[in-house]
Structures are given as structure tokens and as C-alpha cells.
Design a protein around this ligand. Structure first.
Ligand code: NAP
Length: 293
């Protein structure tokens, strides 16, 4: 298929690369020029990238970024035509998604919200899980693209339900990781070996995909970003906003948001969200160590 891929960050670059590898005709655009994908064309603006494409696939930071890529100066909107699909893998506001979808519908373009989970490794290996909202027929048309970038898709309902579900998923990731980080901090302070604690977790019902993914990085004290703290913070805020709109109270997430706020004040926003551990360590006066650290 002819695909315009807009946004070549940690996730987008790997996803566009996998589309090229699967034989699709890809044109990329990124806000900061100079990022390239081998085998793909490069366009100077979103409007130029989308011209003549069947699908415009977005993977940018947040709601404002999606709005500006689509509707800002030289935005994709100018090149939308009847029958095109916009697939948005950015994690953004569900209510804004509905507004954007309505606006592009006036040009005859369909909207599929397709946020994903799997992080940098999943994007690189083409094993993402897509959490999708939109019309079934449009999603069917996108199947070859989903197959090139991921291992599974879950349709959660109509437009915006993918984003709503993604927020509910990241709420759990943030809370599960914070539980793990608090457990590591307390256990270390009480003299328990962290590696041994992780082995125990793995052998019991406490085990989770989040811990499995994060433990090796944490024990090696490798906080280089797989999922940057600033983006998890953005998702926590989006979740609290969506909860407020829906009059739902999320007390545990409100508390975790304060930790992200403090981690940001400490200048950790571009590290992985696992770096929230370092605040707990600081308050406890300990440092979690694995075999490698
Ligand atoms: P990233 O590495 O920070 O990349 C962000 C991308 O968005 C870059 O291409 C950046 O362009 C672009 N961008 C930011 N603000 C923009 C604006 N105002 N206008 C146009 N482009 C803008 O982020 P990422 O990790 O790839 O994440 C992308 C999206 O996927 C986010 O919504 C994130 O929440 C979601 N996500 C990430 C992960 C993960 O593990 N990393 C997992 C699931 C979902 P520049 O190069 O010019 O800065």
C-alpha cells in the first residue's frame, strides 16, 4: 500500500522501517528534518507526504502534535481525499480523537485510532499489539499494515475506543511499575537481595509482563528511554483528564502522578519512566542493585 508515515520517534522510526521491509511504498515526514528510513521517500511537509497516499499513519508525541500535523500550516488535511484512512498510533485524548475524526470525515477520510503497546522492542521486532477503534471495514483494509508492524490487533469498538482503552492499559502499567519500584526500595532497605526478589516474583502470581520487561533494565540501572518518563506522564495526565470528563475518581493514579511531577522537577523527563524508582531510592536513602550494577 502507499503509506505516508508521520513521526519518526522511538516508535515511529521502527514502525516505518517494518512497513518498508514488508514491501509497502512508504513516504516519511518528521518535524525535525534529517531523520530517514532506509527504502522510504522523504517529504518536506505532512501535506506533501500524504499527497497520493492511501493511508496516513501518525505516530507523534501527543494530542497537540496530532492536531498540528493534521491541521497546522502545511498539515496533512490539505491533501486528504475521499477514501483515505488516517491511522493514529500516537496516544492522545479520546475526546479530541472524536473531534479530529469528524473534521477529516468532511474530506471523505476515515479515522482509525490505533495506539499500541509493546514499547521500543516490540516496535523494532514487529510484535506490537494494536488497540484499535474505528469502522470494521476500514480496519480490515489496514490489516496488511498492522501485520507488518505488530503481532495482534484488538478492536475495542468505534472511533476513540482504542484511545480510551490504551489509557486504561497505561494506567495499569504505571501502577504496576510503581508497585514494583516501591517493593524493590523497601526490600533493599530491609536488606533483601533485589535479584533474588525478582526471581521470586517470576515464580509467583505477582509476576507480570511489566516486571518481566523492566526488571533487567532496573537491575542494570539502565534508565535510557524505552518509554520516556515525559510520555508516561503525558498519558497519566490524559487518563486523569478523561476520568474527570467521565466523573470517575482514580486516587492511586493521582498519587503516582505526583511522583512523575517530582521526577520531572528532578530533570528525569527524558529518561525511561523506570527512573521514577530513583526518587523512592532517594527518599529511602538506598540504591537498588542487581548482579550487573
Ligand atoms: P518520541 O521518541 O518522543 O517521538 C515523538 C515524535 O513526535 C517525534 O517524531 C517528534 O518529532 C514528534 N513530535 C513531537 N511534537 C510534535 C509536534 N508538535 N508536531 C509534530 N511532531 C511532533 O516518542 P515515541 O516513544 O516514538 O512515542 C510516540 C507516541 O507513541 C506517543 O504518543 C507515545 O505515548 C506512544 N507510545 C510510545 C511507546 C514507547 O514505548 N515509546 C509505547 C506505546 C505508545 P521531533 O523528532 O521533531 O521531536
Amino acid at each position: 500500500m502507499r503509506v505516508a508515515f508521520l513521526g519518526l520517534g522511538i516508535m515511529g522510526h521502527a514502525m516505518a522501517t517494518n512497513l518498508v521491509k514488508a514491501g509497502h511504498e512508504v513516504t516519511v515526514w518528521n518535524r525535525t528534518p534529517g531523520k530517514l528510513v532506509e527504502g522510504a521517500g522523504v517529504a518536506p511537509t505532512p501535506a506533501a507526504a500524504v499527497r497520493g497516499a492511501e493511508v496516513a499513519w501518525l505516530c507523534v508525541a501527543d494530542t497537540d502534535a496530532v492536531e498540528s500535523v493534521l491541521f497546522g500550516a502545511e498539515g496533512a488535511e490539505a491533501s486528504l481525499t475521499e477514501g483515505m484512512i488516517i491511522a493514529d498510533s500516537s496516544t492522545i485524548s479520546p475526546s479530541a480523537t472524536l473531534k479530529f475524526a469528524e473534521r477529516v470525515a468532511s474530506k471523505g477520510a476515515a479515522w482509525v485510532d490505533a495506539p499500541m503497546t509493546g514499547s521500543k522492542i516490540g516496535a523494532q521486532n514487529g510484535t506490537l499489539v494494536f488497540i484499535v477503534g474505528g469502522d470494521e471495514a476500514q480496519i480490515e483494509r489496514l490489516k496488511p499494515l498492522f501485520a507488518a508492524m505488530g503481532k495482534k490487533i484488538f478492536r475495542m469498538g468505534d472511533t476513540s475506543k482504542g484511545q480510551a482503552t490504551k489509557l486504561a492499559m497505561n494506567l495499569q502499567i504505571a501502577l504496576i511499575f510503581e508497585g514494583f519500584a516501591e517493593a524493590l526500595t523497601l526490600a533493599t532497605k530491609l536488606g533483601v537481595d533485589s535479584q533474588q526478589l525478582v526471581s521470586l516474583i517470576d515464580a509467583t502470581m505477582v509476576k507480570s509482563g511489566v516486571v518481566e520487561y523492566k526488571a533487567p533494565f532496573v537491575l542494570a540501572r539502565d534508565f535510557t528511554p524505552n518509554f520516556p518518563l515525559r510520555l508516561m506522564h503525558k498519558d497519566i495526565r490524559l487518563t486523569l483528564e478523561a476520568a474527570k470528563e467521565a466523573r470517575v475518581k482514580l486516587p492511586a493514579l493521582e498519587t503516582v502522578e505526583e511522583i512523575y511531577e517530582l521526577a520531572t522537577e528532578e530533570g528525569h523527563q527524558d529518561l525511561d519512566y523506570a527512573a521514577t524508582l530513583t526518587l523512592l531510592e532517594k527518599w529511602a536513602g538506598v540504591q537498588v542493585k542487581g548482579k550487573a550494577a
